[in-house]
Design a protein around this ligand. Structure first.
Ligand code: NAD
Length: 284
């Protein structure tokens, strides 16, 4: 970790995807409170309009850009809109994400795989491809990718966890590459534990191209219900996640965790890899 990077502060510009709800909205509120200009991007337009109007009403300079992060063209248009409005982007938060089915991998339909991977992983790839060349040409900037604690311990939660492992790997690769190509651009990967958001109803944003949602088996319904209960009961407040992000970006922290209760599962995965496995389930 190093000294303050000056990324979070008055007059700086943040772009946040998945900004209309949950963690993304919490980030926008915190960045606005820090005096930053905020570009809010989300596929759920009514929620985006409401959230952006509320933040602007509190005195922040806000630009809202309806964006489906799975579309490279729309993410490029988001970048262009941000630059046209504010002239620079200092903090890019590739945060939009969806849940999806948790069942046996071989039974999950292709359309479900595509939806989760195109939004979660594809959205981060599109963000990196569109924004990093611009960030690299500035004096200073930072990329924050939202993965999950499910991205750092042995796999679970089907395509979701797989997408989150990939986001961690992408972020590590991006960090190494920027260290030599553009050390003025920092990278962090946010790996939250449970957070109280609308994540349990991700299917509200399922795009037409993914077809109708696959009916859940009773076991999957049970698993989804337990996940939602865990979030509601033990989930962190998005404002606390935003605190961790601001502190992490200010100290150039790479892995930003928001809870300690999965530390043993994370450490165990490392030990199992060295010792030859097999992987132990994260929730023994
Ligand atoms: N809530 C948790 O417990 C938790 C834990 C770990 C990681 N995360 C991650 O945090 C991120 C934010 O999720 P959240 O918990 O705040 O859920 P949320 O549903 O409250 O917010 C997610 C936002 O992403 C938007 N979105 C969905 N698909 C999109 C698309 N194609 N393009 C643009 N925007 C899209 C939604 O409209 C919504 O506003 C996700 O990447 C999620 O995987 C959440």
């Amino acid at each position: 970790m190093s000294e303050s990077t000056g990324i979070v502060g008055p007059g700086r510009v943040a772009v946040v995807t998945g900004a209309a709800s949950g963690i993304g909205l919490g980030l926008c509120e915190r960045f606005a409170a820090e005096g930053m200009h905020v570009v809010m991007a989300d596929v759920e337009e009514p929620a985006l309009t409401t959230a952006a109007a509320k933040l602007a009403g509190q005195g922040a300079r806000v630009l809202s850009v309806p964006t489906d992060v799975s579309s490279a063209d729309q993410v490029t248009a988001l970048r262009d809109a941000a630059l046209a409005e504010f002239g620079a982007v200092h903090l890019l938060c590739n945060n939009a994400g969806v849940g999806g089915p948790h069942g046996p991998l071989w039974e999950i339909p292709t359309c479900d795989w595509e939806w989760v991977l195109r939004v979660n992983l594809g959205g981060v790839i599109n963000g990196v491809r569109a924004f990093v060349p611009v960030l690299a040409a500035q004096d200073t900037a930072h990329v924050l990718n939202t993965a999950s604690v499910f991205g750092v311990f042995a796999g679970a939660l089907g395509p979701y966890g797989i997408s989150k492992h990939a986001i961690v790997a992408l972020s590590e690769t991006l960090y190494f590459q920027l260290q030599s190509a553009a050390p003025n651009v920092g990278v962090s990967v946010l790996c939250p534990g449970a957070v109280r958001t609308r994540f349990g109803s991700s299917a509200r944003n399922r795009p037409a191209w993914a077809g109708p949602a696959t009916a859940l088996t009773p076991a999957e319904q049970d698993s989804a219900a337990r996940f939602d209960q865990l979030q509601a009961a033990a989930g962190a407040d998005p404002a606390d996640v935003a605190d961790a992000v601001v502190a992490g970006v200010r100290s150039s922290r790479f892995y930003i965790l928001t809870s300690t209760n999965r530390n043993e599962a994370i450490a165990r995965r490392g030990r199992e890899i060295i010792e030859g496995g097999p992987p132990a389930p994260p929730f023994p």
